[in-house]
Design a protein around this ligand. Structure first.
Ligand SMILES: Cc1ncc(COP(=O)(O)O)c(C=O)c1O
Length: 419
């Protein structure tokens, strides 16, 4: 069997797949692992109860059930849900959007696949364009989304050491060159894996650069506003007709519904809808059916702000205090200022072993984290910093397990510095 270039690229092992397989193997080993690795959101009882009740209602209403199970939505997505989303964005965020500015995809991951390949790669004018990440570390799911090689390019971040064992990455604009080789700029806000939230000024600067080069600015709001709203700092929601905002129902608690939401100008939305028709015929309507009422009433925002975000804030507060207690002051550890997401990003400056070795040692002790080197997409040099960080998910474990996991991480890191 001879594979095409597509078959070879997508059939070969990607970073994200190796990572998921490794985590899967650790789980399948039957050992009781402390899972601080993946991106699974927490199972929040009040949120689960709400969706359980909605599923009960849907299953008992023959008309709604029929609509849910036995009809294709249009390729752009469920029209009523889209209209409700547009009304919500207009009312709550002041974005000037209509039904023609929104498309649904099967998860935002599928949306990124379409968007990246829509704007980057080989172009009919003979140029080859890339997706520019304002800085890395960035979301690992972007890494292999391009149909062609060498799809992503990223600048190094500036590292501001803030004291109190915290630091913050900032965009180094003088390292960014946005020009004929750029297809789009893309940034996750809040950023997975670091929990960074790029500032309003940084967003405005990126917007100006994108406009000047006539390329879109893609803002990945998988953890952002208006839902699930996992932002713990001041950040103004941003959209205009040159900006593409991608949202998702996953981190609200519905990763299996596979519902991504793209907000963009009409031309982009039409292209997404046409692409979606070819790849998927239609997007699944389960997410829309489960959350339609919440979006219609605006309760999805209340749920995010009053239930989901406080849950994560509580987990984060615990994580921070345990980290300070367990890491102590004998080693040069620091965490990225936790401004959003469900992750803490730890930096062990000058650590004598690599983050991958630390990951292996932690796995042997029954704790799964993610080695930070996976996230330095688009950075080609051997920057030492890329081997000094790990990502720890504080979402899915009980307080006791978080304490246990972090204590083991601290023990292993101290051992690593000691030798
Ligand atoms: C930053 C970011 N963007 C996008 C996604 C994809 O989310 P989904 O495809 O579940 O909507 C994730 C998932 O972890 C993410 O962390």
């Amino acid at each position: 069997m001879k594979l095409s270039a597509f078959g070879e690229k997508f059939g070969s092992t990607s970073g994200v797949q190796v990572l998921m397989d490794d985590i899967g193997d650790a789980l399948a080993s039957g050992r009781d692992m402390i899972m601080m690795g993946g991106g699974n959101p927490a199972a929040i009882p009040a949120v689960e109860a709400l969706f359980q009740e909605r599923m009960r209602q849907l299953s008992q209403d023959p008309q709604q059930l029929n609509k849910l199970l036995s009809s294709y939505d249009p390729p752009q997505g469920n029209a009523t849900f889209i209209a409700d989303l547009a009304a919500l964005f207009r009312k709550q965020l002041g974005w000037q959007v209509s039904e023609r500015n929104i498309a649904l995809t099967n998860g935002s991951q599928a949306g990124f696949f379409m968007l990246f390949n829509m704007f980057a790669g080989s172009c009919n004018d003979g140029t080859y364009r890339q997706i520019q990440l304002p800085s890395a570390p960035e979301y690992i799911g972007y890494a292999d989304a391009g149909l062609e090689p060498d799809f992503l390019v990223a600048a190094h971040p500036q590292i501001d050491e803030l004291g109190g064992r915290e630091f913050k990455y900032r965009v180094q604009f003088d390292e960014l060159s946005i020009g004929a080789q750029t297809g789009a700029i893309c940034v996750s806000r809040p950023t997975n894996p670091t929990g960074n939230v790029i500032t309003d000024e940084e967003v405005e600067h990126l917007d100006a650069m994108a406009r000047a080069a006539d390329v879109p600015l893609i803002i990945d709001g998988a953890y952002g506003v208006p839902f699930p709203s996992l932002i713990y700092t001041q950040a103004t929601p941003f959209w205009n007709d040159n900006t593409i905002v991608c949202l998702s129902l996953s981190k609200l608690g519905l990763p299996s519904a596979r519902t991504g939401i793209v907000v963009a100008n009409e031309e982009v939305i039409q292209t997404i809808a046409r692409t979606n028709a070819i790849i998927n015929l239609a997007s699944g309507n389960f997410g829309a059916a489960l959350t339609q009422n919440l979006v219609h009433t605006g309760d999805i925002i209340r749920l995010s702000n009053e239930v989901v975000r406080p849950y994560y804030e509580q987990q984060l507060a615990l994580t921070k205090s345990v980290l300070h207690r367990e890491m102590g002051t004998s080693i040069p550890w620091a965490m990225h200022k936790p401004e959003g997401t469900m992750f803490t990003w730890l930096w062990f400056k000058g650590m004598p072993i690599t983050s991958q070795e630390l990951y292996e040692r932690l796995k042997a002790r029954g704790v799964i984290v993610v080695s930070g080197h996976h996230f330095f997409l688009g950075i080609k040099d051997q920057w030492r910093h890329r081997h000094e960080c790990i990502r720890v998910n504080y979402a899915a474990q009980s307080p006791q397990r978080i304490e246990q996991g972090l204590a083991i991480i601290a023990e292993e890191v101290k051992k690593a510095y000691a030798h």
